[in-house]
Design a protein. Structure first.
Lengths: 266, 257
């Protein structure tokens, strides 16, 4: 009887099993616990380490403001590295973006290898890239610029080709109908539609590169990072602190300007 | 002159988009193609400039086969065929004048057009085209600042700047209001009559077709079921093309005409 008085529970389909959720939970707990044991990280370590941390922070304050004068040239180098690296990367990213967009290049023999190269580039951390280039070209700014350029290609090309794939195909069709060749179609139908996006991605990459450039000196690729290593090595934590604050101020300023510019663009 | 010889288009799944179409369209004609959506109007129009490929038959433009043309030869034929689209297909972020000048790229080298170095005559041509469709004052405004009707007139100006000998218009007024529809159709007729450009238009509205066409072609399921002067295209003929009596929404209404 399916009258109004009978309980609907008897007609309900069977409840889905919750066993999957429990198993997932157990798996996660096991992984976290296992990783903690394997890396020797325990709460006891954290507590016994606390006084050390306080001592370090205590030594960092007050920051050594006079040290600023020594690091200003290095900070300028860091920004120059980011500008040069981003610019070179942005230029080389253009052809990569074009040959990776499936609505421009139809041949899978070009499309997939190009995208594979871009994916490969993005899996290499910039610090590792810098270390590689230092090994090849020696200490200095040049390997830092190259590392940032390579990293920028991967990021800008990927973002740009994804933006290219979402453009309105109408203008391309119109350009085909007026008798335009392949390059004219791209210049008149695609470029005006993605130019603003591209510039925005270049600025975004520049923001990331300023931050990355600040630590590249750790592997000998020039810039302010060199001074982190130097002051930490000599246990001059007050100086380290002033560099940290300086870097923070510069990064925040550049982020602010870049974000404002990008808002205007799109 | 445009000749379609035994043109068929079948899709990989076996459906026929066009079925053995034979047509000859003479210079200076104003042809309107009517039919239900899915009857093959758009497919036929787009196979004339080969935006769509056909699977059988041949299409000749001024005696030259566009079906067999390749590379530069194909682009040369396309240069003489202007197209107006339902969705205007302007680059919205570019200025009006740049959109019109885009119609000139087929006449110059790649390098010259990429650098934007259009000769003075081209710029005059583009400005004259804008003047002809009464939109000259918008030349330096971005295309996305214009209304739908204005954008379609820019698209017509692009075709004029292209100095096309044939204009294909695929539902050019489908996204416009009745008043703008009349302006755009008037522009097309004026160009057809004053410049003698062969014009082929796909239309949804029957009364609009009667008002502007010199010849009406009816398509049904990819086949030509009517081809004749406007005088012969009676309500019965339209009912036959549509396979049912005419609906009210297939008439634009007297107000606009």
């Amino acid at each position: 009887m399916n009258g109004p008085g009978t309980s609907p529970a008897s007609r309900l389909p069977k409840k889905p099993s919750r066993i999957k959720h429990y198993l997932t939970f157990i798996l996660i707990v096991w992984m976290v616990w296992g990783s903690a044991v394997a890396t020797d990280s325990t709460f006891r370590e954290l507590f016994t380490g606390l006084p050390e941390m306080w001592k370090l922070i205590d030594e960092m304050f007050p920051p050594n403001w006079r040290y600023f004068d020594n690091v200003v040239p290095a900070m300028l180098d860091t920004i120059r590295m980011a500008i040069a690296g981003t610019t070179f990367g942005a230029i080389i990213a253009i052809p990569f973006a074009v040959i990776s967009a499936s609505n421009i290049v139809k041949s899978p023999w070009i499309l997939y290898p190009a995208r594979f190269v871009l994916n490969l580039i993005r899996t290499i951390p910039d610090l590792l890239l810098a270390a590689l280039f230092v090994a090849i070209f020696g200490l200095g700014l040049m390997p830092g610029v190259l590392a940032l350029a390579v990293f920028s290609i991967g990021l800008i090309a990927k973002l740009t080709y994804e933006a290219t794939e979402t453009i309105d195909p109408g203008p391309l069709e119109a350009m085909t109908s007026v008798g335009a060749n392949r390059i004219q179609r791209i210049v008149f139908g695609v470029v005006p539609q993605v130019a603003a996006h591209y510039v925005s991605y270049v600025l975004y990459t520049f923001e990331i590169n300023v931050r990355a450039a600040a630590v590249l000196g750790l592997v000998g690729a020039g810039g302010i990072g060199l001074y982190y290593e130097k002051t930490l090595g000599f246990l001059e934590y007050d100086k380290t602190n002033s560099i940290i604050l300086f870097t923070l101020a510069v990064v925040l300023l550049i982020d602010f300007i870049s974000t404002k510019l990008r808002e205007k663009l799109l | 002159m445009i000749e379609l010889r035994n043109v068929s288009k079948s899709y990989p799944n076996g459906t026929k988009g066009l079925n053995r179409i034979n047509l000859t369209i003479g210079k200076g004609e104003f042809v309107v193609i009517v039919g239900l959506s899915g009857a093959g109007k758009s497919t036929m129009l787009r196979s004339i400039n080969r935006l769509h490929e056909i699977t059988e038959g041949e299409i000749l433009i001024e005696g030259k086969s566009i079906t067999k043309a390749k590379g530069a030869g194909l682009r040369r034929i396309r240069r003489d065929i202007g197209m107006v689209f339902q969705s205007f297909n302007l680059v919205k972020r570019s200025s009006v004048i740049r959109n019109v000048l885009a119609g000139r790229v087929g006449y110059h080298s790649t390098l010259r057009t990429v650098l934007g170095l259009f000769p003075k005559e081209d710029i005059n041509l583009a400005l004259n085209a804008l003047e002809r469709v009464n939109i000259l004052e918008k030349a330096y405004i971005r295309a996305d600042q214009l209304s739908g009707g204005q954008q379609q007139r820019v698209a017509i100006a692009r075709v004029l700047a292209q100095q096309a000998k044939i204009i294909l218009a695929d539902e050019p007024v489908a996204s416009l209001d009745p008043l703008t529809t009349k302006q755009v159709m008037d522009d097309l007729r004026k160009i057809n009559q004053e410049l003698g450009i062969t014009t082929i238009v796909n239309l949804h509205y029957i009364d609009l077709a009667r008002e502007y066409a010199t010849r009406i072609i009816g398509l049904r399921a990819g086949e030509v079921v009517f081809d004749g002067p406007v005088a012969e295209a009676t309500d019965e003929v339209f009912a036959a093309i549509y396979g049912r009596p005419i609906h009210k929404d297939e008439l634009l209404g007297e107000a606009a005409l």
